[in-house]
Design a protein around this ligand. Structure first.
Ligand SMILES: [Zn+2]
Length: 173
């Protein structure tokens, strides 16, 4: 058997992003690591929370629909409780928009909206279960439809019905 790539390579180099920095980032006491998202020079969110396990900022384009979305979300790990989803921002982006993501530390970041989708998770805190589609809480919608595992709100049901009507002549409403 021959080895084409030689013995030293593990497929990653020091320049491959995350492994570039193996050391922890040096933060001031009380400060948390945050993602600052700026769109066209205007700060949209300073996403951070002490219980965060992950914080993600992403730009997703859907060429088929001529749409682009900017999302800032993540996951929190409340002490002694199951993880929950964290949400900071969902916004559409337009052609030419400049999206800047900066790694910063802050003592006063924007708090996320927290929620859980999986209804079978047993939690004893006050983080609400939310619509699996839009993330809204039961108190903010006209009603929810629940399956064993997740819920959908009436607003999302209506949108789905509208989409179905548009594409399927057999769906009336
Ligand atoms: Zn919904």
């Amino acid at each position: 058997m021959s080895c084409r790539y030689g013995p030293v390579s593990n497929g990653m180099s020091e320049r491959d992003g995350l492994i570039l920095r193996k050391d922890k980032l040096d933060l001031e006491s009380g400060a948390v690591l945050c993602l600052e998202v700026t769109i066209n020079g205007e700060q949209r969110v300073l996403a951070g929370v002490a219980t965060a396990e992950t914080i993600r900022a992403s730009v997703t384009v859907h060429p088929g629909f001529n749409q682009a979305w900017i999302t800032v979300d993540g996951e929190v790990a409340p002490e002694g409780q199951p993880n929950a989803d964290a949400h900071w921002l969902t916004g559409s982006a337009a052609l030419g928009d400049v999206v800047q993501i900066r790694l910063v530390e802050s003592n006063a970041p924007t708090a996320p909206r927290l929620g859980r989708i999986d209804l079978s998770v047993k939690a004893r805190d006050d983080i609400p279960f939310v619509c699996a589609f839009c993330g809204k809480e039961p108190k903010d919608v006209e009603g929810m439809l629940a399956s064993r595992k997740a819920m959908i709100c009436r607003g999302c049901l209506r949108e789905l019905q509208a989409i179905a009507r548009e594409h399927d002549p057999e769906v009336k409403g």
